[in-house]
Design a binder for this molecule. Structure first.
Ligand code: NAD
Length: 257
């Protein structure tokens, strides 16, 4: 329970990898602020599962004002924001010439700009208290590209650059800033892109799973959300205080190839 007394905001934690972060941080005693879309009853069940200190904040990651307000609400409720995890994300798969502008704007806002706004709002508090952990969910696509994912690859590469910059800006402040970059993790986000990839490439579901998704992952199995969350928890430990500005792959060897 080394995170007892710490407050963690995890964006996009009503599902998938974000929910695994929330569970893993709460298991170490953190008061977790969950965030994301979803059915109110299901969200309340998650909040209750995470214990008395857990809160839900409905901030929309496309809205800078709501992101800043989430930090202010968290400070008012708990007195601190010690850990922020930029994790909310969406995907859209299409060749760039056919990519809907509205989908491009949404991917960039939810993955890329939201991280900038959340860090901007939370960092002054972390700095003042001399301790903080900023973690973002990158992706193998923060390091390498795949066709038909121009907005996503762009946003994830930007997250890696933002991380390096913030790490340098707060290097002597007791605050670390890192990216955790998974390969393919079996979550609703991956499941939902299968139909688009089937259409874009003219493939069957099995072909998308084996020949597209796991084609680049040498271990030939999906990463689990819990494996990703375990690394994030480690980054919150005192032993991890010298790890900053790093982009840590959890990708079954994808980016080693
Ligand atoms: P998911 O669809 O299960 O979860 C996405 C979360 O983001 C949900 O909680 C959703 O409600 C939230 N969200 C979406 N739009 C939002 C908005 N406007 N405001 C607030 N929250 C919003 O997907 P996941 O696979 O768990 O993805 C989580 C992160 O991991 C994303 O950044 C994704 O790019 C990244 N990632 C996923 C994989 C993978 O294979 N699943 C691989 C690498 C990186």
């Amino acid at each position: 329970m080394f995170l007892k007394g710490r407050t963690a905001i995890v964006t996009g934690s009503t599902s998938g990898i974000g929910l695994a972060y929330a569970r893993a941080l709460a298991a170490e005693g953190a008061a977790v602020v969950i965030n994301g879309l979803g059915d109110a009853q299901a969200i309340e069940a998650i909040r209750a599962e995470l214990g008395d200190g857990a809160r839900y904040d409905a901030a929309d990651m496309t809205r800078p004002d709501e992101i800043a307000a989430m930090v202010a609400r968290t400070l008012a409720a708990t007195g601190s924001v010690d850990i922020v995890v930029n994790n909310a994300g969406i995907q859209h798969v299409a060749p760039i010439a056919e990519f809907p502008v509205e989908r491009y704007d949404a991917v960039i806002a939810i993955i890329m700009s939201s991280a900038w706004h959340l860090i901007r709002a939370a960092l002054p508090h972390m700095r003042a208290q001399g301790w903080g952990r900023i973690i973002s969910t990158g992706s193998a696509h923060s390091l390498v590209a795949s066709p038909n994912k121009s907005a996503y690859v762009m946003a994830k590469h930007a997250i890696a650059g933002l991380t390096k910059t913030v790490a340098l800006e707060c290097a002597t402040d007791g605050v670390t800033c890192n990216v955790v970059s998974p390969g393919y993790v079996w979550t609703p986000l991956v499941e939902s892109q299968i139909p688009d990839t089937m259409r874009a490439r003219g493939l069957t579901r099995e072909q998308v799973m084996n020949d597209v998704l796991l084609a680049a992952q040498p271990t030939k199995r999906f990463v689990t959300p819990e494996e990703v969350a375990a690394l994030a928890v480690f980054l919150c430990r005192e032993e991890a205080r010298s790890i900053t500005g790093a982009n840590l792959a959890v990708d079954g060897g994808w980016t080693a190839a």
